[in-house]
Ligand binder design. Structure first.
Ligand code: GUN
Length: 286
């Protein structure tokens, strides 16, 4: 039987609906409207689309967004001063700096300026390090979305062999830590891994975030595996595909995420969830 397709779009829609209800409840109870500040430096077309999607999703959930568009030539000081002002602004519960930043900007200094209480992307070193000890305030949105998809489908993680292909700071490394915390046995593979198939074939849960179309072929996947495709690649034809040979692997797997419509919609959803959680925590602390 072909794998069940995990409908990330529908799951994301459900979670966003629940968030909208929680936002309305928070506003009624406390008068606090959750607010997200979004900083975009420069004119990168992909970043502009991502930021527009984030702002649209906030609006739909009842979250106020504060958009800050800065010139590509902005100085480190101006950017850091802006973040410090947003750290002190009670109407802002989350701060997001869209990456990548222009090369002259000190990305680490910028991310480390964000208050850890407002770091809804989970990129501050505190939140990155706290993934190791299980004391994060915010988990990064894409890996958090992957975990939510697994939980939604009631896929057991504890004791399972998980192979993560891709060791980025945004997806692969944090996801590996989050799955270890749920007592999976985790292997991380990356661009330099020799004979990738000898690892992927052992996976009960295979997560692929390498950014290479057709990297994962059916013969590399164990029968009955759960396959989560985080890749987003645009082919010369304009078609968007993931890193997995979807049709071939679907015939062997038990669950599979499509691209588009799998992990993608969950990333923005977890940003909404993190921003709301931040507003709830800060409102309750008052
Ligand atoms: N660039 C690519 N993915 C992300 C993300 O999740 N957050 C931010 N801030 N920038 C990104």
């Amino acid at each position: 039987m072909p794998a069940r397709i995990i409908d990330g779009r529908a799951i994301a829609e459900d979670i966003r609906g629940l968030c909208a209800t929680r936002v309305a409840d928070l506003v009624n109870r406390t008068g606090v409207t959750p607010g997200l500040a979004v900083i975009l430096v420069g004119e990168d077309p992909a970043s502009q689309v991502y930021v527009a999607n984030k702002i649209k999703a906030c609006d739909k959930a009842g979250i106020r967004s504060f958009s800050h568009r800065l010139d590509a030539a902005v100085s480190n000081k101006v950017l850091i001063d802006l973040i410090n002002r947003l750290n002190d602004d009670d109407e802002v519960h989350g701060i997001l700096v869209q990456l990548p930043l222009p090369p002259h900007i000190d990305m680490r200094a910028v991310l480390e300026t964000i208050s850890i209480q407002k770091d809804v992307d989970g990129f501050h070193l505190y939140n990155v390090g706290a993934l190791v000890t299980g004391t994060t305030i915010f988990s990064p949105c894409t890996p958090y979305g992957v975990v939510k998809l697994l939980e939604h489908e009631k896929i057991e993680i504890e004791g399972k062999n998980v192979v993560v292909v891709g060791a980025s700071n945004i997806v692969g490394k944090p996801l590996a830590l989050m799955l270890m915390a749920r007592e999976a046995t985790v292997a991380i593979c990356h661009a330099k891994t020799r004979d990738l198939a000898q690892f992927t074939i052992l996976a009960d849960i295979l997560v692929v975030a390498a950014g290479r179309p057709n990297l994962i072929l059916p013969q590399m996947v164990k029968t009955g595996a759960v396959v989560i495709d985080v890749g987003i690649n645009r082919l010369p034809s304009g078609r968007i595909v993931g890193d997995v040979d979807f049709d071939g692997v679907r015939a062997k797997a038990s669950f599979i995420t499509p691209v588009p419509g799998g992990v993608g919609p969950m990333t923005v959803t977890m940003l909404i969830e993190n921003t709301l959680q931040s507003a709830e925590r800060l409102a309750n602390a008052q």
